[in-house]
Every structure is written in structure tokens, then in C-alpha cells.
Design a protein around this ligand. Sequence first.
Ligand code: PMP
Length: 462
Amino acid sequence: MDQPLESVRTNSRIVAEYRARTAGSAALAKEARGLLPSGIAHDGRHIEPYGIYVARAEGPRKWDVDGNGYVDYFGGHGALLLGHRHPEVMRAVEAALGAGTHFGANHPGEIKWAAAIRRLAPFAERLRFTSSGTEATLMAVRLARAFSGRSTLVRFKGHFHGWHDHMTSGYASHFDGTPTAGVLDGIPAKVRLLEAGDEAGLEAAFAEERDIGAAIIEPTGASFGQVPVRPTFVQALRRVTERHGALLILDEVVTGFRVSRGGAAMAFGVTPDLVSYAKIAAGGLPGGVVAGRADILDRLDFAAMARAGQEKIQHPGTFNANPVSAAAGVTTLGIIAEGEANARADAAAAQLREALNEVFAETRCGWAAYGTSSGFHVFLNAAGRPIDPRHFDAEGIAGGELKRQPERLAGRLRLALLLNGVDVNGRIGGFVSATHGAGEVAETAAAFRRAILMLRAEGEMA
Ligand code: PMP
């Protein structure tokens, strides 16, 4: 349970300096705790003693209410491949705002938005907009069940697909498939949790259970590749699902339009039956999409279901295909289709991983930076494995160990990085945008170097 802010006693210099630099954020955090559980709006923003309150952002940077600047690797939880406030996206959003925020009717932008997605992901024969990635995976599962007539969903341990009832057990806890707090027993009972990367286990599960209607996967591995999976495993999953008459759902909420212009599906040559998108797809505004085979999306189509004499899946949603999100999505996807945003972000992330590993090697801290495309993850090596960060192979380390970061050290590292002008996520990693460049990489490497010294000075690490 969170303690009242003033009662958190510590003799940490990092915490004391953080408090001194972020008095405005501290005051807001105190007020927030009387209104919002833990004072926050997303579990990923939970940080002790409190997180920064941000006033504005631009390109690869953001500034808190106390005027401190940060190189930002939160990247709108992955939504901002083009960085904060891309001028063309802002112009499109302002024009959309000028026309009205909700028409309670069809609007031309939703057609452009669907076409912009299909241009990059041609297997998206039909699309249905939602308000978030969670809603997109929820509808994907419902479509898959209705279409296949089978009820079991295959998921992979540690993979994240949002917070609805089918997706909670086996993400961060309840790996035995028991329900998490507030979820009915019967729901995880129809979810089969498998180990990603284990082709034999996959074959065995499908051979044993005939009621598997669909499998869903984060195509680059759990938590955007913090625990990587090989493309060959996703390709194997495609073959196995097809052979057994089950559907493949690629959850591209975070990989979509990032790991390549057409996401992981196009990069890996895997055609899913259904795909979920959000984040970049909505240009950094709220929105999501479920898309895929026309015969499956027909379950949402009035005429098709009347013809087939089948029950249509209901799908209202006040903010589905909101015109402002549509404008941001169309513009962002157009820039991605025509420019080099993915390549620029990938190159900056590769530089960053290399620069961090230089710091880790020089300081002999035992950590390693890894990842693919425009992401990075920092392995804090709680078990003290002998590793060479310059030649680190995350695939050689079990998924549980990659995910189980030492909590206290990770928390203090985040604060130390904030003190040195860098914001990373709680797993210790982040997203690099097309606006990050050599300057941000150098600043970030220097911030990590100073953070390591600070952590050593107060005995948090050897
Ligand atoms: N799936 C994946 C792979 C995600 O990364 C996320 C968000 N981090 C979601 C689903 C859920 O999306 P949202 O937060 O928009 O509900």
C-alpha cells in the first residue's frame, strides 16, 4: 500500500535530491493521492516517492511543472514514433478540432483512416475502430470465438494484451491460470497459457485440445520484446493455428507501424487472421483498431449476418473512430508510409543501445542494453551473471529472469535518471522516436553513467 508522501523516510541522497528538484510535482502528487488511487492514471506511472508531472513536450523531450527537461523514452507508451507534437500531425489535429470533436455520425476521416492502415497492412480487408488497444484485443477474441465456434484462447506467458478479463492471468502474476482479483473463474479457465518460443509445447497443446479457437501473441515477444521471440516462432504459430483450424491474432498494438512500416506482420511475412492496433495507428491520440479477414469481420456486419442467418456481434462505442484521432492517425500513417521515420528511429535506438553498453562495460556494472527496432531494454542482472554487455544475447536468458528486475534498484535508477534528465519506463527501457538523434543518445549515455555513480555512492549496487 502507498504510504502518505510525508511519511516515506529515507536517507537516500537520490530521493532527497529528487524531492528538492521536483517540489511542484510533489505538491500535485499529494493532491492527487486524495483523488486517484496511488495518485495515478496508469499502473505504469507508479513510482516512489511520486512521479513527475509534465507540463509540455516537443520532439524527443518533455518538461515537468518545475521546469526540468527530460529526454523522453516513454514515447506516449509507444504511441509517438514521430515524437511529440509533430508539426504536420498537429496541423491535422487542429483542423479536425476546428470542425468538431464528435458528430454522432459517419465522417469522411474514418474511411481515409481505414485506407491508410490497409495501405500499410494489406491483409486488413475490413477494419473496426475502437477506443483503445484493450478494446481491440477484446473484440478480436470475441470475433475469433464467434467465427470459430470454439472457446479456448491460447496466450503466451508474460505477453501483454491490455487489461480486460481474458488477459490478466499469466501476464505479471497468476501464471498457474488462476483468476486475478475481480475476474470470474470461468474466464482464465478458457485461456491456455503457453511458453513463447516452445514449438513442441505449442504442437502438444493443439494436439491435446480441440477447442482452441485462436491464439494471440505479441509478435516480437513479451512487453515489446523485453523477452524476445524469434520470427520463426511466430511463423510456426501461423502454421500450427492454420493446421488446426484456429485463428491467429497478432497483437500489433505496440509493434504496429513501428517494427516496420507494416508492423511485425509485414516484417516477418506472417499473415494473421486478425490484428489489433492502437498507439501509432491513432497518431498519439486515443484509438484502436481490430482488422483482418473480411469473412471474420462480417460478424460485425448487419447485412452479412442477416444473409447468413447468424447472430451479429454488437459493437457500439461512443468514441470509435473519433474524428480528431482519425486525423492524427491518417497523417501519422501517411508520414510513415512515405518517409523514413521507422529507419531513423531504428538507427537512433541502435546507437543508444551501443552507447549504453559502452557505459555498462566501462563501469563494469553487469547490466546490458538490448532490443530490436526502435526500442531498448536494460537487463539489470539481479542474479549477477557474468555477461559482456557488448555481446549480450537476451535469448540465452529465461523469460522470467529478464522480466524480474530488482524492484528497489530499478526504482532508484529511474529516480537517478530523472535527476539526470532522462525518463525511462519502469521495466527500465523505452521507445525511441524518429526525432531522437546523436545529441539525445550522448545525453542519455552520460545520464546512465552518472546514475550508476550515484547508485554506487549510496550502496544500491556494487
Ligand atoms: N497490447 C499490447 C501489445 C500493448 O502494448 C498494449 C498497451 N501497452 C495494449 C495491448 C493495450 O492497449 P491500450 O493501453 O490502448 O488499452
